[in-house]
Design a protein around this ligand. Structure first.
Ligand SMILES: C[S@@+](CC[C@H](N)C(=O)[O-])C[C@H]1O[C@@H](n2cnc3c(N)ncnc32)[C@H](O)[C@@H]1O
Length: 568
């Protein structure tokens, strides 16, 4: 978890004021929150629609506007790795000379006792034991250290040495200077520091735009997360030039337009001459500095010829496209903490990315993949069924289920439409909405679409369709199993032809045998026992982080209980 000290509030407010940022401090108060660290509270009732923070993008800290932006760009480093390296240089090498120092120094990656802020994947075995068997472990494999971050650290160390040798840039010794005499120990120490910076920044970053990518936004990062009813929306124009960040026409866009026009002209000429396009001539046209300078000069000439109105614009109020805003989407009452949303995220994501968990998080699920695997491994009796399910059955069933649900929804919609008055416009279900629905389904499949990942219980204790289907399948009698196929192939069960009218049987949620099998499976599920609420000793993990892990485990215990109640 990453929290800010109340001693830093004045420094943060001063930084924002120095940057001409607008924070509604007559209406909002930054103070300690019961959730940990600081939070932002309403001093008076505030109406929805009000912007309580507005900052020019130049006061945001990102890799793209950091002091080493050019070096990172020349070495093709971007994303979170670039932000981490930039943060380390800014806070340890450039320090007071950095425009952002007053703000960045308030971002802490260790607690008052000096414990580093580390994700569970870098806890020791005793600490990790707490999360064993939860979906954090079995579905997302989030207890395994990510190779990517170790590789990122190695890249950062190499670059620090290269930049030092090439032009004498100081090495941030505490993070990227590995002592060769004591290599292994020092490497691990610096790696842990690097990881704690990465984890801390990932819990505070905002997606700004195509130029800045993820950035750190003063004050905006002091709002805590609300799972179900956040008060704020973060507003930032994303579509800007990814090379310079300009929201309107810039030299890069001009250059692209210029090249496109040239290419079109050339193609037209070639068509007229009835000859094949000469690809090489087009391909060699690139946006070089000379072209950019030429276009920039033209642009400046053009703007200096314009009347004086445009100058007034430059000197006047902030251009909204160049700012980020936090706007209230709820009315808030005096003394209420004002919440943001970090996304509709389960505790697994909150803990892995942001370092905390929320009791009763409605996005939590319990994964049952390994629990089913235990049953499937019981002797040979399930072998044929499991083979069919993993190779063919799960895909067939899922496709049938999605189609069946769509038909049900369409029928419900038709019935609803019939009930409504005649003068409603006919196309209420617009194409746009349909497309949105479609893309959500695609999103659900993202990455985790293996048959094992589809075996879970949702927050309200409902088993997933695949979990019911597999339990129904495993409890079919021999005759029922045979009747599932119109033609059964042996020995390759996957070549069998399925009797599609039998698929609805797999979706049943009232089959007693399946219920019994599922109850046994849930009762046997091994999660750590956190009933007493005692934080385990000897883990080397700060107590607050262990409490967060316990919140996640408790949430899974409750989901299991709810499911067992439904099954009984
Ligand atoms: C972006 S910061 C929010 C401000 C933070 N409280 C501070 O003092 O800097 C994110 C951190 O705040 C804490 N946090 C945010 N929302 C929380 C919540 N709903 N419950 C518990 N901790 C929360 C976590 O420590 C998280 O790492």
């Amino acid at each position: 978890m990453s929290v800010t000290s109340k001693d830093d509030i004045d420094g943060i407010l001063k930084f924002v004021a120095d940057c001409n940022g607008k924070f509604e401090d007559s209406k909002c108060d930054i103070r300690e929150s019961a959730l940990g660290g600081l939070g932002v509270f309403a001093k008076t009732d505030i109406a929805k629609g009000e912007a309580i923070l507005s900052l020019n993008k130049s006061s945001i800290f990102s890799a793209s506007n950091s002091s080493i932006a050019n070096l990172l760009c020349d070495n093709d480093i971007d994303g979170m790795l670039a932000l981490n390296i930039a943060f380390i240089y800014e806070t340890t090498v450039f320090k007071n000379t950095s425009h952002w120092f007053l703000f960045l120094r308030t971002i802490r990656f260790q607690d008052d006792q000096g414990h580093l802020n580390l994700p569970p994947s870098f806890w020791n075995a005793n600490g990790k034991r707490l999360l064993k068997g939860t979906s954090f472990d079995t579905l997302f494999d989030a207890l395994t250290p990510e190779e990517e971050i170790v590789q990122g650290f190695e890249i950062a160390v190499d670059l620090a040495h290269k930049w030092n040798e090439e032009f004498g840039l100081e090495i941030p010794e505490d993070f990227l200077g590995v002592d060769e005499k004591n290599h292994e120990k020092d490497f691990n120490l610096k790696l842990e520091r690097f990881i704690s910076v990465a984890y801390t920044l990932s819990s505070r970053g905002f997606e700004i735009d195509a130029f800045h990518e993820t950035g750190l936004v003063p004050i905006a990062d002091l709002f805590n997360h609300h799972v179900s009813n956040p008060d704020l929306k973060f507003v930032s124009l994303y579509d800007v030039c990814d090379k310079c960040g300009e929201s309107g026409m810039c030299k890069h866009l001009l250059a692209e337009e210029y090249l496109e026009a040239q290419e079109q002209e050339q193609e037209q000429e070639q068509e007229q001459e009835h000859c094949a396009p000469v690809a090489a001539t087009v391909a060699t046209r690139t946006i070089d500095d000379e072209l950019l300078d030429r276009l920039e000069n033209n642009k400046e000439d053009e703007s200096s010829n314009k009347d004086t109105d445009s100058e007034d614009e430059d000197n006047g109020a902030e251009n909204a496209d160049e700012c980020v805003d936090l706007v209230l989407k709820n009315d808030v009452r005096q003394n209420q903490e004002i919440f943001n949303s970090y996304g509709e995220l389960s505790n697994v994501f909150l803990l892995a990315r942001y370092g905390f968990a929320v009791p009763g998080n409605q996005h939590d699920i319990v994964h049952l993949g390994p629990d089913f695997m235990k049953i499937l491994r019981e002797g040979d009796k399930h072998q044929e069924k499991v083979k069919w399910w993993s190779q063919v059955g799960h895909g067939l069933f899922s496709a049938w289920y999605v189609q069946m649900r769509q038909e049900d929804e369409e029928n419900e919609e038709n019935e609803e439409n019939e009930k409504q008055s005649d003068d409603l416009p006919e196309e209420t279900g617009s194409e746009e909405e349909e497309e949105e629905g479609g893309s959500e389904e695609e999103g659900d499949d993202d990455g985790l679409n293996s048959w094992l990942s589809q075996l879970y219980i949702s927050f309200n204790g409902e088993l997933s369709p695949s979990a019911w289907a597999l339990a129904n399948l495993l409890t079919l009698t021999g005759a029922q199993w045979e009747s599932l196929f119109s033609q059964k192939a042996s020995p390759h069960i996957s070549d069998s032809i399925v009797n599609e009218e039998k698929l609805p049987f797999l979706a049943k949620t009232n089959n007693l045998h399946a219920k019994r099998l599922l109850s046994r499976l849930l009762k046997d599920k091994q999660l750590s026992n956190v009933k007493g609420g005692q934080v385990p000793h000897g883990t080397g993990v700060p107590g607050k982080m262990l409490q967060n892990a316990q919140i996640l485990v408790q949430s899974e215990h409750r989901i299991l209980e709810r499911c067992l109640e439904r099954l009984s």
